[in-house]
Write a protein that binds this ligand. Structure first.
Ligand code: TZP
Ligand code: MG
Length: 216
């Protein structure tokens, strides 16, 4: 049973991998907490020098996918089309430097799977508009972020608003979104916030998710 895409799924979009966790937290229990708090989507983004690979990555993905399935929220895999196809994930998310969108669209052809694409310039958004299979755009970083080593410069809320105007797809804002700045996204036209640290480093996950859902 897969979750089909609708823009409301972007409201409170939690992104994480084991590399984002500090201390004694483990990802399945953090995901449980975030689900309980009301996240609307989860992306498994296992990336970077400390990330799991191979069987360990797949086994963790399966555990997380079961949680999402039970909660009826989409399980989205970042930048690993083979794994997404193998597990029949609800969605695949790719960045501009990952597999080409043409390749992704071709390889998922007959699957239900939806596609999210990162785009942070007007040109990238216009290109994404041409692909029917792209369900949503992820735009950012909005603010400076610690969670992505190769992050592009922050585009700010004004940059986000410009992209939303050009996009024919719903847009989720990402990057550096925190309790002390999320208010600035009101009226940006984005459909939601995608966050790593606001949830994974939160001392009160319930409160953090409520703050996101209060804005979106
Ligand atoms: N893409 C653009 S910024 C970013 C990604 C994956 C990192 C978001 O992490 P945080 O902690 O919410 O800033
Ligand atoms: Mg990437």
């Amino acid at each position: 049973m897969s979750v089909t895409f609708e823009p409301g799924l972007l409201r409170a979009y939690f992104v994480a991998g084991t590399q984002d966790l500090t201390g004694l937290r483990d990802l399945p229990s953090l995901l449980d907490e975030a689900i309980e708090a009301g996240i609307t989507a989860f992306q498994f983004r296992e990336k970077g020098p400390n990330a799991l690979t191979g069987v360990a990555k797949r086994e963790l993905a399966e555990i997380l996918q079961k949680r999402c399935l039970k909660a009826n929220i989409p399980f989205i895999i970042d930048d690993d089309l083979d794994l997404a196809l193998e597990l029949n994930a609800d969605g695949i998310h790719v960045g501009q430097k990952d597999d080409k969108i043409e390749t992704v669209v071709e390889r998922i052809s007959v699957r239900q799977m939806f596609v999210g694409l990162s785009a942070n310039t007007v040109e990238q958004v216009e290109a994404a508009n041409q692909f029917d299979r792209v369900a949503y755009i992820g735009s950012g970083p909005i603010f400076p972020t610690q969670s992505k080593d190769d992050a592009d410069p922050a585009i700010g809320v004004a940059g986000l608003t410009d992209l939303v105007k050009v996009s024919k797809k719903p847009v989720v804002a990402i990057g550096g979104i925190a309790e002390n700045n999320i208010d600035q996204l009101r009226g940006s036209g984005a459909d939601g916030a995608a966050v790593i640290s606001m949830i994974s480093k939160s001392e009160n996950v319930d409160k953090s998710v409520s703050i996101i859902k209060e804005v979106f």
